[in-house]
Design a protein around this ligand. Structure first.
Ligand SMILES: [Zn+2]
Length: 392
C-alpha cells in the first residue's frame, strides 16, 4: 500500500517500511553511547556531554591552556559549529542577534563565564555585549558573530567555548529545575506501562529491558534557542525529541517576545509523549525511530506514540461514552491516528486480530515477519484514513 496520512509530508510505502523496520540494526548502541556521554546535547555548538564536561572542568580548574594544547578540537569544534550556524543559508532565525541578546541575560544572572566573555569582548572590540545587543542592525550582529568565530586566537576561542558550554548546561538545568519532577513521574508511568503492555503483546524480555533503560536515562536537552525553537509560536510544537539523543525538551508557551513557562498538566502530557519517542527503538543514524524510518510511517508512529502517552498518563484524552463507544477528546494531538490505534488495541484485547501487538512490538524493535508487519501497517492506515475522513 502506498498511502499518505494527513500528517505525512511524503507517502508511506508499507511494503518498504515493513522491510526497513525488520532489517537488523544496532539498537543497543544508544544506551552505551549515552552512558559514555557521546550523545548530542542539542546545543548550537553540537557538543556531547563528555565534551561539555571537559570544557567546564578545565575552566573551573584553570587548565584551559592545557586543554587547548593537547585537545584543541574540544574547544574549537563548538566554536566552528556556531560559526557554521552563523554563515549557513538557513536563516530561520537571526542567530547573531539572538546570541548577543541572550548573552545579556546570562551576564545579568551573574554567571562568571558570561561576565568573563563580556570582559574579553569589551577589551577586544571596545564595546560591550549590551551595546551590541541593543543595535537594530540584525545583519551586522550576525556578521560580527561570524567574524568572531571564523578563526579566533586561543584566548577568544577558549572564552567562546566556555561560554557555549556554560549556556548549554544552564539551559539543561533550567528545564530540569522547572520540570524535573514531572519528568520523573512521567518516566515511572511510561516504564510501568511498557512492561505491562509488553507482557500482553509477547514483547521479548530484552526488548522491554532496553526500552526501560532508555526511559530511565532520558534527560533534558540544552534548550538552546540558537539551535532550535524555544517557543511554540504558531508551529504547534509543544515539545521535542531528537532521534538518537535520549534528550527531550518542553518549549515555552507564547511568542518569542513574551515567552511563558508551561504548567504542570500540560508539561506532563508533553513529556509523556516525548518519552515514548525516547523509549522506542532507534538507531544512531537518526533515521529510524519507533515505527518511522526517514519520514516514512510518521502517521503510524505518532499515532502509537500519542496513544501510549495517553495510556501511561491515565488516558485523560480518551472518553468512554454511554453507548459503550469510545472517543478521543478534542484537543488531543493526532486525533485520527490515535483513534485508529485505540481501535486496533481494542480489537487485539478482544482477540479479533493481533495488528496492535505487531505494531507495538515493532515500535520497540521486535519484528518476527515483515509481511505480518506490512498487513498491520495496512490495517492501521485504512482505519486512519476512514477516521480522518469522518472527522473532516
Ligand atoms: Zn511525536
Amino acid at each position: 500500500m502506498r498511502v499518505r496520512g494527513q500528517y505525512e509530508g511524503i507517502a508511506t510505502d508499507t511494503v518498504g517500511l515493513a522491510i526497513e523496520l525488520s532489517s537488523p540494526r544496532d539498537l543497543d548502541r544508544i544506551i552505551a553511547d549515552f552512558d559514555q556521554c557521546f550523545t548530542g546535547l542539542r546545543d548550537v555548538g553540537e557538543m556531547c556531554s563528555a565534551q561539555r564536561s571537559m570544557i567546564l572542568t578545565a575552566y573551573q580548574r584553570g587548565t584551559l591552556e592545557n586543554l587547548a594544547a593537547n585537545h584543541s578540537h574540544i574547544l574549537s569544534d563548538p566554536v566552528q559549529n556556531l560559526h557554521q550556524r552563523c554563515v549557513s543559508q538557513n536563516s530561520d532565525q537571526p542567530v547573531g542577534h539572538n546570541f548577543f541578546v541572550n548573552a545579556t541575560g546570562f551576564i545579568d544572572s551573574g554567571l562568571p563565564w558570561a561576565k568573563q566573555f563580556n570582559e574579553l569582548v569589551t577589551e577586544r572590540l571596545n564595546t560591550t555585549i549590551y551595546h551590541i545587543a541593543g543595535s537594530n542592525d540584525l545583519k551586522a550582529k550576525n556578521s560580527l558573530l561570524a567574524a568572531m568565530t571564523r578563526s579566533p586566537d586561543q584566548e577568544l576561542m577558549s572564552s567562546i567555548a566556555v561560554y557555549l558550554a556554560g549556556r548549554s548546561l544552564a539551559g539543561e538545568e533550567f528545564l530540569e529545575s522547572h520540570y524535573g519532577q514531572i519528568l520523573d513521574r512521567a518516566k515511572n508511568q511510561a516504564i510501568d506501562m511498557t512492561r505491562s503492555i509488553g507482557a500482553s503483546t509477547g514483547l521479548r524480555h530484552e526488548m522491554i529491558v532496553r526500552a526501560v533503560n532508555q526511559l530511565q536515562r532520558t534527560a533534558f536537552g540544552s534548550f538552546d534557542h540558537l539551535q532550535g525553537l524555544v517557543t511554540t509560536d504558531n508551529t504547534g510544537t509543544l515539545g521535542d525529541y531528537q532521534i538518537g539523543t535520549l534528550r527531550v525538551e518542553v518549549q515555552f508557551d507564547g511568542s518569542v517576545k513574551a515567552a511563558k513557562l508551561r504548567q504542570g498538566q500540560e508539561v506532563h502530557h508533553i513529556l509523556a509523549h516525548e518519552l515514548q519517542h525516547a523509549g522506542s527503538a532507534q538507531d544512531l543514524d537518526r533515521y529510524r525511530c519507533g515505527l518511522q524510518s526517514n519520514g516514512q510511517g510518521l502517521e503510524v508512529n505518532e499515532g502509537m506514540t500519542e496513544y501510549l502517552a495517553q495510556l501511561s498518563s491515565g488516558s485523560p484524552g480518551i472518553e468512554l461514552l454511554d453507548n459503550g463507544n469510545m472517543r478521543i477528546k478534542p484537543g488531543v494531538p493526532y486525533t485520527a491516528p490515535v483513534y485508529a490505534m485505540l481501535a486496533l488495541h481494542e480489537q487485539f484485547k478482544s482477540g479479533r486480530n493481533s495488528y496492535f501487538a505487531i505494531l507495538f512490538n515493532a515500535y520497540h524493535g521486535a519484528v518476527n515477519d515483515h509481511d505480518d508487519l506490512r498487513q498491520a501497517l495496512d490495517a492501521f492506515y485504512r482505519y486512519d484514513a476512514e477516521v480522518a475522513a469522518q472527522l473532516s
